[in-house]
Ligand binder design. Structure first.
Ligand code: GAP
Length: 476
């Protein structure tokens, strides 16, 4: 038996490196995430979210919206188009600068980010280099750079700049076609609507505009399951404030975002804050901090919080020739607001939540169980309802309970297989409670309720189920 196998047998949980594979397998097995276009052999790096995945995504979005929009008097929502006027992306800098340098290995035809390859193999910082200098550096050092796929060195193509925006044509006749882009971030839709919002919605600075929606980036290397994909969903907020106050708002939002992650049950020691140094800052940012999560493959960016200055609004004012100044009537001043932006990827958040909740208890023993210890407010199903037997009227009582509870929460009815197997399935779905209807239920109206995390059971009158679930979910 290899060292790794031995560890797996004695560890309380599977090792972190293995767990991405295991989480991916669980996601497929239990209807969270399927490989995209699978019956046609798949389409690389695309994923479809199954019945339980879509519930988890929806719960994450609802929790975020509740905290960032409904519970805040100073934030409103927006849903802007995926396709915006092409000038938006010229003004924002994405047409000119949203590029990654790529190279191909001529030997095995694998494609890589050239900057990552240099930084990883030669430990040389490249963030500050102009394209020409970068291309020269790569040529000069090419013999020292080994292809991670085939192991050959010095056999690469020229470094080319690759724009990450997907293009498409709008219109049906080729001579009148307009090239449009699928948005690579939701943020720009907010900037171009802020005047509309200020003119129509009685908002006063400081205020935020939040949006949830799909973004698209033609990533050169898309990998690690749903961590980096070409189509993904973002939850972004642009917070508009008076110039000079951005530092205090930046600190406010960093703490607010971190607190929210803790409130949805992510463990504190799986999170850290990393400030960008000057070289790493995007062209529009004067200060950026990433909240990183310790994914099974290592620390990775989960949430970027950037102080974007007045860069975007100034650019849009210049390119659209519209006045985007804010008229501060209290101070009798007009100015272009400064912006603090917390930008979060929904699918990446889902991976963090699943990684954090994934446990294999008592591995390689008869008591082994895989359990997703999701916060109850995120769990796709709040309770599983099982009749001990299909006969003797038990399934009818269980179905009555199902019909009653399903008016308040998503619940599952399951009458197939042994009770143990039904528990196992609900544990893998992260269902916090399982309710069993047995012969005592017929006698005295009581049911057992099993707690997912402790596996302990209590017996309560079936009429008290709804209150019991509400109370125990609130206390979690
Ligand atoms: N508006 C600013 C912006 O988009 P970003 O750091 O490029 O900033 C924000 O993206 C968040 O979106 C990231 O922290 C990450 O969670 C998510 N994200 C970015 N690219 C992604 C991709 N290819 N796949 C999945 N999520 C991604």
């Amino acid at each position: 038996m290899s060292e790794k196998q031995k560890n797996k047998k004695t560890d309380k949980t599977v090792s972190r490196e293995d767990s991405l594979k295991e989480i991916t397998a669980l996601c497929k097995r239990r209807g969270f995430v399927y490989p995209g276009s699978e019956i046609y052999g798949g389409l690389s790096n695309t994923f479809d979210y199954g019945p339980y995945g879509v519930e988890l995504l929806r719960n994450l979005k609802n929790e975020w919206w509740k905290t960032f929009v409904h519970n805040r008097a100073d934030v409103v929502g927006l849903d802007s188009s995926i396709m915006l006027h092409p000038s938006v992306w010229i003004a924002s800098g994405h047409v000119g600068s949203f590029n990654d340098p790529l190279i191909d290995c001529k030997n095995c035809k694998s494609r890589f980010r050239a900057d990552h390859l240099i930084e990883e193999t030669l430990k040389i910082e490249t963030a500050n280099l102009e394209l020409n200098d970068f291309q020269n550096l790569f040529k000069e050092k090419s013999e020292e750079i080994i292809c991670p796929s085939c192991g050959k060195s010095g056999n690469f193509t020229e470094v080319r700049q690759f724009n990450l925006m997907f293009q498409t044509q709008m219109g049906s006749l080729s001579d009148s076609d307009v090239t449009v882009y699928l948005r690579p971030e939701t943020a720009q839709g907010i900037f171009i609507n802020v005047k509309n919002i200020a003119d129509t919605c009685r908002v006063k600075i400081p205020f935020g505009v939040a949006q949830i929606g799909k973004s698209f980036r033609n990533e050169i290397i898309a990998r690690q399951f749903i961590f980096r994909t070409r189509e993904f969903e973002q939850m972004e907020m642009e917070f508009f404030c008076e110039p000079g106050t951005q530092k205090e708002w930046f600190e406010h939002w960093v703490k607010f975002c971190m607190d929210w992650l803790l409130s949805i049950g992510i463990r504190k020691d799986s999170l850290r804050l990393r400030n960008h140094d000057e070289k790493e800052l995007s062209f529009y940012s004067e200060n950026t901090a990433d909240i990183e999560y310790q994914f099974p493959f290592g620390w990775g960016e989960l949430w970027g919080i950037a102080s974007r200055t007045d860069y975007d609004l100034k650019q849009h004012a210049e390119h659209s020739r519209k006045n985007l100044e804010y008229n501060d009537q209290e101070k009798n001043q007009k100015y272009i607001p400064y912006v603090v932006e917390p930008a979060l990827g929904l699918n990446r958040l889902m991976l963090a939540v699943l990684s954090d909740a994934y446990f294999v208890e008592n591995p390689a023993t008869k008591e082994q169980r895989t359990v997703l210890k999701l916060h109850p407010k995120l769990a796709p199903v709040k309770a599983g309802i099982f009749p001990l037997q299909k006969k003797d009227g038990l399934s009818e009582i269980a179905m009555e309970i199902y019909n009653d509870l399903s008016k308040s929460f998503p619940v599952d009815y399951d009458a197939s297989g042994s009770i143990g197997k039904r528990y196992y399935r609900q544990d893998e779905l992260g269902t916090p409670f399982c309710i069993t209807v047995d012969y005592d239920t017929k006698e005295n109206g009581s049911v057992t309720v099993r707690n997912r995390d402790t596996t302990e059971q209590v017996r309560i009158p079936k009429e008290e189920l709804k209150q019991f679930l509400i109370k125990n979910m609130e206390d979690a």
